[in-house]
Write a protein that binds this ligand. Structure first.
Ligand code: PMP
Length: 353
């Protein structure tokens, strides 16, 4: 009998970001800022010292220490990953078994369900409320009723841009006895991190990424933060040399420049405000959207029945944003990029009327 793929494997499709050469990319929530000159020079020096014939440090100790110092936590709680994406997959593989239940609260980052499904974990989904916020009590009820093994969600959330206050997240963590994976990929833009408290919880893993506010998307660097017991499992479950030496070196340099990163963050937040305010102004002028969601991230989500048409029309103008059903998610870019997408949208609104 010839080897046969299972139905699940036959139906798998690769994650497909929008590929191609576009002048303006506002689809992946990356930082729009170029690399700082001093950081670049320091990195090049460090790069020249890497022993490329040797494996990287398996525990990425230096970059974990820099990360811990940057956020004022202990390095004992930190594990580095090849992007936080890798860590999601490691955590699902280590902490969940076939037939276990993962709860996600939709809409949310799609990779939670993807990795769980791949591992044979049953993915339960619950909808967010009409403002796209998490109903914490409803989540707690579902976890208890369905005997869920793990809840995974982003705070602030991609794609909604909504943030859940610390107290609500604490309540969720302490009201359930399952594992809670709290993805704080966009927390640099908000102020409600629980990273400083991980040792108080026996069921909390926090994920962070350097791909957004810190501008390291190209080199793939993320971190898991958890108490020592959970950290020991993550470190044991990950592949030995998961973060390459170039990434470790670059991450260590960037995370040594807190002041520069703080300034960069302010620039991104100013750009987000500019984009959000201009979209609200378009709405006031034309009543053209069904909804603009407030945001605590570096992107803005709008709802419109024209989403698909406008997405295609923007693409034809070499501007890419993210299409999600009847919504468009637009990453804050440079002033010129923001202006380009806003001008193009205004033109499309006028012709759609
Ligand atoms: N979590 C969320 C909520 C994200 O939006 C993303 C990136 N889109 C990730 C995790 C993955 O980030 P990384 O680049 O670190 O793999």
């Amino acid at each position: 009998m010839a080897y046969q793929l299972s139905e699940k494997l036959k139906n798998m499709v690769p994650y497909e970001p929008i590929s191609g050469d576009y002048a303006i990319r506002l689809d992946a929530n990356e930082s729009f800022l170029p690399v700082d000159k001093e950081i670049k020079a320091e990195f090049i020096q460090k790069l020249s010292e890497i022993p490329f014939n040797r494996y990287p440090d398996p525990l990425a100790a230096e970059v974990c220490r820099k990360f811990a110092d940057y956020y004022g936590i202990s390095a004992d709680y930190v594990t580095a990953g090849n992007g936080s994406d890798e860590l999601i997959s490691v955590i699902v593989g280590a902490f969940l078994s076939k037939g276990d239940k993962l709860l996600t609260v939709m809409p949310d980052f799609s990779m939670y369900g993807f990795y769980a499904d791949l591992a044979g974990v049953t993915v339960l989904t619950q909808e967010k409320d009409k403002n796209l916020n998490i109903d914490v009590d409803a989540v707690i009820r579902t976890v208890k009723r369905e005997k869920v093994n793990c809840v995974m969600f982003s705070n602030p959330c991609n794609p909604t841009g909504q943030g859940l206050p610390r107290e609500a997240v604490r309540r969720l963590i302490t009201s359930v006895d399952c594992l809670v994976v709290l993805d704080e990929a966009y927390m640099d833009f908000y102020t409600e991190s629980l990273m400083g408290e991980v040792e108080q919880y026996d069921n909390l893993i926090i994920l962070r990424t350097c791909s957004k506010a810190l501008g390291l998307a190209a080199v793939r660097l993320g971190f898991a933060v958890a108490n020592p017991t959970l950290t020991a499992v993550i470190r044991a479950a990950k592949s030995p040399y998961n973060v390459n030496s170039v990434t470790q070196a670059y991450g260590s340099v960037v995370l040594s420049h807190k002041e520069k990163e703080r300034e960069a963050l302010q620039e991104i937040l100013a750009s987000r405000e500019e984009l959000y305010t201009a979209l609200v102004a378009l709405q006031e002028k034309y009543q053209c959207f069904d909804r603009i969601y407030p945001t605590v991230t570096n992107f803005v989500l709008i709802e419109t029945s024209h989403a698909k048409d406008w997405f295609e029309a923007l693409k034809a103008r070499s501007i890419v944003v993210r299409l999600m059903g009847s919504r468009l998610r637009i990453t804050a870019g440079s002033s010129d990029e923001n202006k380009a997408v806003l001008d193009a949208l205004e033109e499309l609104i006028q012709t759609s009327k």
